[in-house]
Design a protein around this ligand. Structure first.
Ligand code: MIG
Length: 755
């Protein structure tokens, strides 16, 4: 373990700092406003920008006697050594420099950084965010590092692959976001050292942070605007993905594709893990394993199946290897503190790492990505080991699998730039893929706030256990609250052997993951959805087909994430912060209208479901439940529609083509006001799309629905479907069969009446 993460920060020996060095600014970005506070000790840091926040402009403000006001922003007070904003009162602390020195040597091999900290009473609030963590959604009582590390998500482990110095505080129905815009390693102690106090420490010469307030989802929306909106994914990214470490040759890839076809299972992409390379050289293909690569990729393209290769950042040191030679010539690689190429061991025994903090290396990488994807017909790129993870340094195991923190990255040390490594790599990869004229699709393991601008995130090396599946629920919720809406865990589990029961449950849960990919490790039992015989395969097929039925809804939520930064998965307390029972981590909302209560435990055939206040409709059975209530539910995936929700569905067809659904069916949950919408476009490229809207009302007797179709494309049919109602006595465009009421919205409007 690196000295850094063992390090007990001596908060008790810190001194309070004078706030006169603190600059306050109101900032605005696309309608979102926040306060920025910047504490600097060196004049040159006053012009500091980023690394996460981009494009926020100063907003007019007034300051009188420590009181800062700006239109549309709650006031901020600065005085008596404290900053007050909303319910939060912060003070600023520092470690006297002399005292800090020995510790700092430990921390960073002598890089002379002071240590700054914020302290605040925790009060009665709840705390969330901080990205990818194990242990659950609630952060109170814990201690969390931001230091990207190749560490699999096991209980008690921290930090993991992704760094996210972004905290959300919720008190009653008022939320507050605190974004520490510093890439240096930081620690968030939320009542671990002292039960009543929050402490944020950062080993940096400056302390730059933003605060904003609103409802929980408004705060998330604001934080994602400051750090950048999530990229709009191509439709196929939301379909089903099959991966394994590794499908190691053309034959293996063809077998998988054939098997999916033979079993009538949907498949968007087959993923190529590290064995596709020649000698672990990135941007190469093994001519022995894939002698006919172009033919393979064209053949697959004909079947609508894409290929996504892994691209690790470690570049093999080998004379004559173009990427290495050219990169060296252009000075793109990280240097050690003596200005020599920094060499370490990863899959290639000797490798060097591009410095993605600089523009030149990013442009170099973008060009490699573009060429590699174009020549081989790759649809997206998978970035792994981008913490970056290093297995060996100078003949020994490297501490925390990290590069030396004194390594040079342009003007910065690796200590300062490490947390941003994956962000820079994703930016370069995005540029490379965008040059092909399609919507880039990137999957990354590491990241920092802002990563959502370029990539989906997966939670790394979990294991085939029910506990790991259950853990994925709070992990994905937390990523969503931290601004990363597109995320998934390896379905079926990466390490260890999956059982068919586990795989089936996980495949149903995965059908709701923003990113749905089955992946498993070298040497584990095969776990493709057809791996356990026909009886299981047909049950897996149901889950996969359900995913495809849900695509119009998921795609519309993806658009909402892109436009507003809202996560696809939302905790119940985002809407019912006043309900104690809503603070749970085994249920979630997909969008606003669909509540999921997955079966997460081994052998579990029935589970208890908490339904928040209001009326809920069982998605499958159509019966109605009045909340708040505890319900018993049966598998495979208990789902409930919120009163008034209208969820766009389609018939499962695969592989996906465009995000225009000629046959569209809204599943409607009766309620006084009914609302639903669907976003449609090419599913690819950059041409504008359109939102079409369903609106309606139900007064207990009469249901009226109107559909405003703005898609501009021909439909074969638009229907609304209502379950669990008696046959109506009157209506227009209605059809009733076995408890199902169908309303034909083709003409634009329909109604039904009951006696
Ligand atoms: O464990 O490339 O998290 O998904 O299959 C070694 C091999 C490195 C870690 C990734 C995993 C991937 C594997 N990689």
């Amino acid at each position: 373990m690196n000295a850094l993460l063992n390090w007990d920060i001596p908060f008790d020996r810190m001194e309070r700092l004078d706030l006169s060095g603190m600059e306050v600014q109101a900032v605005e970005k696309e309608g979102v406003r926040a306060w920025r506070l910047l504490f600097t000790q060196r004049p040159r840091d006053r012009a500091k920008a980023g690394p996460a926040v981009q494009g926020a402009r100063p907003w007019p403000m007034e300051a009188t006697e420590g009181l800062y006001r700006a239109e549309g922003l709650p006031p901020l007070a600065l005085g008596e050594g404290r900053v007050r904003f909303g319910g939060l009162t912060l003070s600023l602390w520092g470690l006297p420099h002399l005292e800090a020195l020995p510790l700092l040597r430990l921390l960073s091999d002598g890089v002379p950084y002071p240590l700054l900290a914020l302290r605040f009473p925790l009060g009665a609030a709840h705390y969330y965010g901080l990205g990818e963590r194990t242990g659950g959604l609630a952060r109170r009582g814990g201690r969390f590092w931001n230091f990207t590390m190749d560490q699999p998500p096991r209980p008690g482990r921290d930090p993991l692959y992704l760094a996210s110095p972004l905290l959300v505080r919720l008190e009653g129905d008022e939320a507050l976001g605190l974004l520490l815009d510093e890439s240096h390693p930081s620690l968030f102690d939320l009542g671990h050292a002292h039960p009543a106090e929050g402490r944020v420490a950062v080993a940096s010469p400056h302390l730059d942070f933003y605060v904003l307030s609103g409802s929980l989802l408004e705060v998330v929306r604001g934080l994602t605007l400051l750090t950048g909106r999530p990229a709009m994914p191509p439709l196929w990214a939301l379909g089903y993905h099959q991966c394994r470490y590794s499908y190691a040759d053309s034959q293996a890839v063809r077998e998988v594709v054939e098997a999916f076809k033979a079993h009538d299972l949907p498949l968007e992409a087959v993923w190529l893990d590290i064995h596709h390379m020649e000698g672990y050289k990135v941007f190469t293909l093994s001519p022995h394993r894939f002698p006919d690569f172009r033919a393979l990729s064209e053949e697959l393209a004909g079947e609508g199946v894409r290929l996504v290769p892994i691209v690790d950042p470690g570049v093999k040191v080998e004379e004559g290897y173009r990427v290495f030679e050219e990169g060296k010539r252009r000075g793109v690689f990280l240097l050690d503190d003596r200005d020599e190429l920094l060499v370490g061991g990863v899959w290639p025994r000797r490798a060097v790492w591009p410095d993605f903090s600089r523009e030149g290396p990013r442009a170099f990488w973008a060009e490699e990505v573009r060429r590699f994807a174009e020549e081989n017909g790759f649809a997206g790129i998978w970035n792994d080991m981008n913490e970056p993870a290093v297995l060996e340094l100078g003949g020994a195991e490297s501490p925390d699998k990290a590069l030396p923190l004194t390594a040079r990255q342009g003007e910065k040390s690796h200590l300062e730039a490490r947390n941003l490594y994956a962000l820079g790599m994703a930016e370069a990869t995005y540029q490379g893929l965008a040059a092909l004229g399609r919507r880039p699709f990137i999957l990354t393991r590491s990241g920092f706030p802002g990563i959502q601008r370029y990539a989906f995130v997966w939670t790394g090396d979990n294991e085939s256990r029910h506990e790991d599946m259950a853990l994925s629920v709070p992990m994905l919720l937390s990523l969503g609250l931290s601004g990363v809406p597109f995320a998934g865990a390896d379905v079926g589990g990466f390490g260890q052997d999956a059982t068919p029961e586990l795989l089936l449950r996980w495949t149903w849960l995965g059908a709701l993951y923003p990113f749905f990919r089955n992946h498993s490790a070298l040497g584990t039992r095969r776990q493709e959805p057809y791996a356990f015989g026909e009886a299981w395969t047909s049950r897996m097929r149901e889950a996969l087909r359900f995913r495809y039925r849900l695509l119009p809804y998921l795609y519309s939520l993806a658009r909402e994430a892109h436009e507003e930064g809202l996560p696809l998965w939302r905790p119940l307390f985002a809407y019912w912060p006043g309900e104690m029972a809503a603070f749970r981590e085994d249920e979630f909302l997909l969008g606003e209208g669909l509540l999921a209560a997955p079966l997460l435990h081994q052998g579990e055939g029935v589970r208890e479901v908490y339904l928040p206040p209001g009326t809920w409709w069982d998605f499958w059975a159509g019966c109605r439940v009045a909340g708040p209530a505890l319900e018993q539910a049966l598998g495979p995936l208990p789902l409930y529609l919120k009163e008034g929700a209208a969820i766009p569905l389609t018939e499962p067809t695969y592989p996906t083509r465009t995000a225009r659904w000629p046959r569209l069916g809204f599943r409607v949950a009766l309620g006084p006001a009914i609302r639903g919408r669907v976003y449609e476009d090419e599913g690819e490229g950059f041409a504008p799309g359109a939102w079409s809207e369903l609106k309606g009302a139900f007064d207990g007797k009469r249901l009226v629905l109107a559909f405003e179709d703005r898609s501009g494309h021909p439909r074969e049919g638009v229907w609304a479907e209502v379950l669990g109602v008696a046959p109506p006595v009157k209506g227009q465009g209605v059809l009733y069969r076995e408890g199902r009421l169908l309303l034909d919205l083709g003409p634009g409007e329909a109604f039904a009446e009951w006696a």
